[in-house]
Design a protein around this ligand. Structure first.
Ligand code: HEC
Length: 134
């Protein structure tokens, strides 16, 4: 009986701690240009071969942080869009469309790191990961 009661008490305290503690949700508003890029990303099925935060198809590489990659970045991304590479098809994007896709990948890059190994497990059970704006 005493075990059951203490389990219930611990359960209640733990839940109070978790659901009343402040958690951090980054929010990034997409500009109209980035939204255009996101639409192009979706309508051209980039996600069927590429991942963002590890989610997507696995024929091509993850593009979460390609924008800020020391050897890659906007010009590098630009190169592949209309030329293709290996099994990546070539597209016929206009300059405006290419800029929009690059803008979208820039915003994705600003939202965090992937893979993110800098994670701390807090006493409450939340996992705190490192964000770009910290
Ligand atoms: C049919 C599969 C496929 C589709 C669809 C596709 N890609 Fe790719 N992509 C690839 C492959 C494969 C590579 C080359 C990987 C390598 O170099 O080994 C690649 C490479 C890239 C690279 C260079 C990545 C790097 O780190 O070197 C970028 C940027 C890129 N793709 C962007 C896009 C965008 C944006 C779209 C949508 C407009 C797209 N891809 C659609 C398969 C695809």
């Amino acid at each position: 009986m005493i075990v059951l009661v203490s389990l219930i008490v611990i359960f209640i305290i733990y839940n109070r701690l978790i659901y009343s503690s402040e958690s951090y949700y980054p929010s990034i508003a997409l500009s109209p240009k980035a939204i255009k890029g996101q639409n192009l990303w979706q309508s051209n099925n980039c996600w069927s071969c590429h991942q963002i935060y590890g989610l997507g198809g696995y024929l091509g590489p993850d593009l979460t942080n390609i924008y800020s990659h020391p050897n890659k970045g906007p010009d590098y991304i630009n190169t592949f869009l209309n030329s293709g590479i290996k099994s990546m098809p070539y597209f016929n994007f206009t300059e405006v469309e290419k800029e929009a896709i690059i803008e979208y990948l820039k915003v994705i890059d600003q939202s965090g790191f992937y893979p993110n190994y800098e994670a701390d497990i807090e006493a409450t059970g939340w996992v705190k990961i490192k964000y770009k704006d910290e």
